[in-house]
Design a protein. Structure first.
Lengths: 901, 110
């Protein structure tokens, strides 16, 4: 008979108790002969401070009531929890199905979150004030088209540093692939190249030793010192302190180890690096003062033409982005003008319209993001859809269970269990299931993250373990909560609308058809979402196959690129040329090598453009970019590029012989439309140069963009930079398998500490098709998952309906229906359920098409074969899912069915 | 009532109330009257403090309260001992007896 459940109740109870006390005391005193006034005074004297006591009692009671309510709530929760666990343990098959379904949904999301978070959201570790840190972006317009990028030359960096006041730190940072170590243990590793300012942008202290200082990162040569990464220190030096002071060969120079960075520090690099070196020391060693860049012989730190540095900066506190942009823009324009005084031939200021601005530190968020990040963001949405489908499925399973338990629930309501308690119980059950699904999802994400990274992202992104990454854990917790509530909602809604007396009377047959409307609704949704995902999968698969079928003009899968890295030892150009010829001859002798040829540029890796002059054309440059390749005889056969007309290079095209060139079809058509290019004269580098005669026309190639062919031409290696470039090697089998064998054979004839690096051309091209591969693989995986879930959902609903209608089937069979009639009836039902979903999904897919269109390759988002194929797939799945329940229904024994119940 | 006596009185008051309730559920007024009558009014206990003690012990779980009807048919809040309250009574009785014995011993040797 407690009434004091709330604040007012507590106050009332205290007043009632005290009122009773005073009434009794006064009555006693008056019985003893006091008049009412004296009795009141005496009673109050005996009691003391009434008002204070009253408040004190209310305070005590309130705290007691609060504690009691909390205890009650917790015991209710504990009871629901025990009840849920017991219920789930009684049905291990059901539990496993639900946990796996939710696990797949949550796992898909956690995996995609891990990737997209790393690409787009998570600031680099240890970065101070990430909101103020920025990558700098630069745009210069050339021939009416703006080239937007992050790279500048060292003198531009110095100009910007000197002429801006908005930043309290500004530094180059980039990752270079350099040979580390000496002798046979030499391995190419990623090296962080940075200015001393970088250390101030991060909240880090060296694990041992120290970081390098601005004095050690100063012109002209810098100091050859290095800070090791923690992982490299551990693996190469066993974490020994005496690593400090030792020498380490990195690239062309020896660096003194002065410190070790803390564990996990990578600067702005997206993935681990082995060591960090000052940009001045590294540039001095790798570019060197002896660099020959055309006629421009200024050292690298004064050469505006050498553009390779990415810059990072931090705005001063209180400086707005707009103010920083204005400041930076002014400094960059000043630098461009300064560059024009040195290189007057560059695009004039008014046409170049140089501009600069601060942008996201994460490259994939910046203006030059690649398609992979966009596709990954799409995949987050796709993963969300998969989770929705999983939830719909689980809701369906729970709903079926709730329908089966209708009687039990009705009995409990009749026994006085409140509906809110019942709701709590159902929600507890679905939350427990979702939590178990979350654990399964983490395991899947752990596995999926690894698979994604290795198979699809070329190890460019490191993903933390899903189990220990707090951001992933938080996302999974939110998903678990959402999934628990979503899946619990349907059966809960069903329960709260349950009509007790009906359920108790009918024994669970009437009403079933009506109730399964919600389940059918969920199925329609599932079918629709499956269609959307499968259409996406189809579109990306078609894109991928289109990309793969593009005539590149060469056989990437059978080509290896050999790059030469001279180390320290200065060599002369005669020896350099000789060495390259020797390497080519040695390679050609290898049994696994079909052909080898020299080249100076690599598709999707490097381009070379020089001025060309053709009689009758005012400015060849105005007609577009003509890219050049310096090739030795046999080059076209090595690459697999067809010669259309004329002849290929021969050994007769020597340095002293008449100058010749081969041009691509597009170039021939552009320069001499309607004429025969063979025999035409082109002057290379200067209009006073002797004629270079076109002797051949080659098939077009794609070298910088997958979308379009390039205007490309070839000069004999002997006649253009005979001392530069590397080799292309055509292998007899798949190129990557022979890379190591070729490397060992060629390394053997490399002089001194110099070395070769071998890269399969397919590896260089891989990032170009990565986004389609990522989209195709993930859409297909998620689409298949969605379809499987939808099929299971459909199966369970049809099977349930069939059991509910055993009676009806019995009657039909008794009235003479054939097995095939019954099967037809049920299968038709399955199709009827799925059809609206298919229609809805198709409409959504068509509507969403225009947003995916930019990510596709030569496929319309309304591609009819894809849509027809998906619709057919869903119908087939619907038939298959209803087939087994239909067969069961057709075997109903009418006697049994009619007697039951 | 002087403040110097408060500590002693606090524990003592709890003890007296617990003892009073060993004969069954009583409302606050009955507890107050019983203590006054039994001690022949020699212990001057402020009734406000008594109610505070009752409520505090209820919160601690030594007492359990319920609404019932008084002898003159009025709604009243009845207190009764819980198992925990009985344990407290035993423990405090023992402690008090020991304390009183020690004091008494000192006084005798004087």
């Amino acid at each position: 008979m407690r009434i004091e459940r709330d604040r007012a109740g507590v106050d009332r109870a205290v007043d009632d108790e005290l009122q009773f006390h005073f009434d009794m005391t006064m009555r006693e005193l008056m019985t003893n002969g006091l008049n009412p006034d004296d009795a009141r005074r005496e009673a109050e004297r005996r009691f003391g401070d009434i008002q204070r006591t009253r408040e004190k009692l209310a305070t005590i009671d309130r705290s007691r009531v609060g504690r009691e309510r909390r205890a009650e709530w917790w015991s209710g929760v504990a009871q629901d929890f025990r009840y849920a666990i017991r219920g789930l343990r009684l049905k291990p098959g059901f539990t496993l199905a639900v946990v796996l379904t939710l696990g797949l949904g949550i796992g898909a999301n956690a995996t995609m979150f891990g990737i997209v978070d790393r690409l787009l959201f998570r600031p680099p570790q240890f970065l101070i004030a990430p909101a103020r840190a920025a990558a700098l972006y630069f745009g210069v317009t050339n021939r009416g088209k703006e080239n937007l990028g992050t790279s500048v030359s060292y003198p531009t960096f110095l100009d910007i540093k000197a002429n801006t006041s908005s930043f309290d730190a500004i530094t180059p940072f980039f990752v270079d692939q350099l040979a580390v170590g000496e002798g046979p243990a030499t391995k190419e590793m990623k090296i962080g190249v940075l200015g001393a300012d970088l250390w101030r942008m991060f909240d880090v202290a060296p694990a041992i030793g120290r970081f390098f200082t601005p004095q050690e990162d100063s012109l002209p040569t810098g100091t050859a010192v290095t800070v090791l990464s923690y992982a490299f220190w551990q693996t190469q030096f066993g974490g020994r302190r005496d690593a400090l002071g030792r020498q380490l060969s990195i690239g062309s120079a020896k660096y003194t180890i002065i410190g070790v960075a803390p564990e996990g520090f990578v600067g702005f690099s997206p993935d681990p690096v082995a060591a960090f070196v000052p940009v001045t020391a590294e540039s001095n060693a790798e570019i060197g003062p002896g660099l020959r860049l055309g006629r421009n012989r200024s050292p690298w730190y004064q050469n505006y033409g050498r553009i390779w540095l990415s810059l990072f900066a931090r705005r001063k506190p209180g400086v707005t982005v707009a103010a920083a942009n204005a400041d930076l823009n002014r400094a960059f324009q000043l630098s461009y003008k300064h560059m024009l005084t040195v290189n007057p031939k560059r695009t004039a200021f008014d046409r170049a319209r140089p501009r600069a601005f601060v942008g996201a530190v994460l490259r994939d968020r910046g203006p030059d993001e690649d398609n992979s990040a966009k596709v990954a963001s799409w995949l987050i949405g796709v993963a969300g859809i998969v989770l929705l489908i999983a939830c719909a499925n689980v809701a369906n399973l729970l709903l079926a269970r709730a329908l089966r338990r209708r009687r039990e629930i009705a009995v409990r309501i009749a026994l006085g269990v409140s509906r809110s308690r019942l709701l709590m119980q159902l929600l507890t059950e679905s939350l427990v299931l979702a939590a178990l699904g979350g654990v399964a999802g983490l395991a899947i994400a752990q596995w999926g993250g690894g698979v994604m990274r290795h198979a699809l992202l070329d190890d460019e992104v490191t993903i933390d373990s899903a189990f220990t990454d707090p951001r992933t854990l938080m996302v999974v917790a939110v998903l678990v909560l959402a999934a628990g509530l979503l899946t619990g909602l349907a059966p809960a809604a069903q329960t709260s609308s349950a009509d007790v007396s009906l359920a108790l009377k009918s024994g669970g047959r009437e009403g079933a058809v009506q109730r399964s409307r919600l389940r059918v609704g969920l199925l329609v949704l599932q079918a629709a979402l499956s269609v959307v995902l499968l259409v996406g999968a189809g579109l990306f698969l078609r894109s991928l196959s289109n990309v793969r079928n593009i005539p590149m003009g060469y056989d990437a899968s059978r080509l290896l690129w050999v790059e030469l890295n001279s180390r320290g030892t200065p060599t002369d150009s005669v020896h350099d040329a000789l060495l390259r010829d020797q390497l080519r001859d040695r390679a050609a002798q290898l049994p696994s090598v079909a052909r080898a040829a020299r080249a100076i540029t690599v598709p999707f890796y490097s381009t070379w453009i020089v001025s060309l002059f053709v009689t009758g054309i005012d400015s060849v440059g105005a007609l577009g970019n003509f890219t050049l390749q310096a090739a030795s005889p046999g080059f076209l056969e090595t690459m697999g590029t067809r010669l259309i007309r004329g002849r290929a290079f021969t050994n007769a095209d020597a340095a002293t012989g008449p100058k010749v060139m081969i041009v691509g079809q597009s170039m021939a058509a552009r320069l001499w439309p309607g004429e025969d290019a063979l025999g035409k004269c082109v002057r290379v580098l200067a209009d006073t140069a002797p004629c270079t005669t076109v002797v051949g026309i080659a098939q077009d190639v794609r070298r910088t963009s997958i979308d379009k062919t390039e205007m490309h031409y070839y000069l004999p290696s002997a006649q253009f930079r005979p001392d530069q470039g590397g080799l292309f090697i055509r292998t007899r089998g798949a190129a990557p398998e022979h890379a190591e064998e070729v490397r060992r054979a060629l390394q053997a004839i490399m002089p001194g500490a110099s070395y070769v690096t071998i890269t399969p051309l397919s590896t260089i091209i891989a990032p170009e098709i990565r986004s389609w591969k990522l989209g195709a693989t993930m859409f297909a995986a998620f689409g298949a998952l969605a379809l499987a879930l939808a099929a299971i959902g459909l199966y369970s609903v049809i099977a349930y309906n069939v059991t509910q209608r055993t009676h009806e089937m019995g009657v039909r069979v008794a009235l003479g229906a054939q097995a095939s009639d019954v099967v037809g009836l049920i299968v038709r039902e399955g199709i009827v359920i799925v059809l609206p979903g298919v229609a809805l999904g198709t409409v959504i897919a068509l509507a969403a098409g225009r947003w995916v269109a930019p990510l596709l390759f030569q496929v319309s988002p309304k591609d009819p074969p894809v849509i027809v194929g998906v619709v057919a797939t869903l119908l087939v799945v619907a038939i298959a899912a209803s087939w087994f329940p239909a067969i069961r229904a057709s075997r109903v024994d009418p006697h049994e069915a009619l007697r039951a119940d | 009532m002087r403040t110097a006596d408060l500590d002693l009185l606090q524990g003592t008051l709890d003890l007296l109330i617990l003892k009073t309730l060993t004969w069954g559920p009583r409302h606050g007024y009955a507890v107050a009257s019983w203590i006054r009558d039994t001690t022949n009014q020699r212990l001057q206990i402020e009734e406000g403090a008594l109610y505070t003690a009752l409520h505090r012990m209820e919160k601690r779980g030594w007492l359990e309260a319920d609404w019932g009807l008084s002898e003159n048919n009025r709604k009243a809040k009845f207190y009764q001992l819980t198992a925990q309250g009985r344990r407290q009574l035993r423990a405090q009785t023992a402690a008090w007896t020991e304390y009183a014995g020690a004091v008494f011993k000192v006084l005798q040797t004087a």
